[in-house]
Design a protein around this ligand. Structure first.
Ligand SMILES: Nc1ncnc2c1ncn2[C@@H]1O[C@H](COP(=O)(O)OP(=O)(O)OP(=O)(O)O)[C@@H](O)[C@H]1O
Length: 243
């Protein structure tokens, strides 16, 4: 019988510890990500965002504590088709068109190609569907990578800095697409350096030096720190934790 807690919680970390090459990188992380939420993962360069995402998608070994992803262990092969992970590097074939890339990834994951056009539309690339990736701008190529993650209709989508290098209009459009996905039930974990993007999220995991400073909805972060910008809220929290 399915445990309702598992159904409502996409990711649950309990005193999670992760090391890289023997050096502890993530320390005692405890948090939950509710199903269908957009959770921002924010913090300075090197604080451990990518490491946490890699751990959630099952490619990084856990050194201590526990991590439950979609009701299972992160490395459970049964989870793989339910997860989409888009890294910072564009990971599509540059000599194939957007549609061909999406169809290839659908086939590779054993999914029907029915979703290909939907995935391409979801990232706003329908007008460019038949253009080779090498003929796209950097932001369009990033969105082509995202389309390839969407073809499998993942339950959990983990995006490493998807808005880097995007102009404000494209960034706005991408966030609208992400919100539409969440409204349809997909859980999203989205990392960013841009603190203002926290306002797009249902809640924000604020990290520093491999530790979780706070996990709060953006409005509560502002209230709690008595500030009016995410940048100031983050700086206030850093000072608080250093004190
Ligand atoms: N392959 C690796 N081997 C050893 N240590 C690593 C490796 N990759 C990252 N680290 C270390 O782990 C820590 C966390 O790195 P991580 O890439 O998770 O940070 P990040 O928050 O994603 O940074 P950025 O925002 O710059 O991408 C850093 O101290 C980094 O030097």
């Amino acid at each position: 019988m399915l445990n309702s807690t598992l159904v409502e919680t996409a990711v649950a970390a309990d005193r999670l510890e992760v090391s890289r090459r023997g050096t502890p990188v993530l320390h005692q992380l405890t948090f939950t990500v509710p199903t269908g939420a957009i959770v921002g993962l924010m913090g300075p360069s090197g604080c451990g965002k990518t490491t946490l995402m890699r751990t959630i998608v099952g490619v990084q070994r856990i050194a201590g504590g526990s991590l439950t992803v979609l009701g299972s262990t992160p490395d459970d092969p049964a989870n793989r088709p339910r997860l989409g992970y888009v890294t910072q590097a564009v990971s599509v074939y540059r000599d194939l068109t957007v549609r061909q890339n999406a169809a290839y990834f659908a086939a590779l994951q054993g999914f029907s190609v029915d979703h290909v056009d939907d995935a391409v539309a979801a990232v706003g690339l329908t007008p460019y569907a038949d253009r080779r990736v090498e003929q796209l701008s950097g932001g369009q190529a990033s969105r082509a990578s995202l389309a390839c993650a969407l073809v499998g209709d993942p339950d959990l989508l983990v995006l490493d800095e998807p808005t880097v290098g995007l102009d404000p209009v494209t960034r706005e459009e991408l966030w609208e697409h992400l919100r539409a996905l969440a409204d349809a039930g997909t859980t999203l974990l989205v990392s960013s350096h841009v603190m203002d993007e926290a306002e797009r999220c249902d809640s924000v995991l604020l990290m520093r030096d491999g530790r979780l400073l706070e996990h709060l909805p953006p409005r509560q972060l502002l209230e709690r720190t008595h500030t009016d910008s995410m940048d100031r809220a983050f700086l206030t929290l850093i000072k608080e934790h250093a004190a």
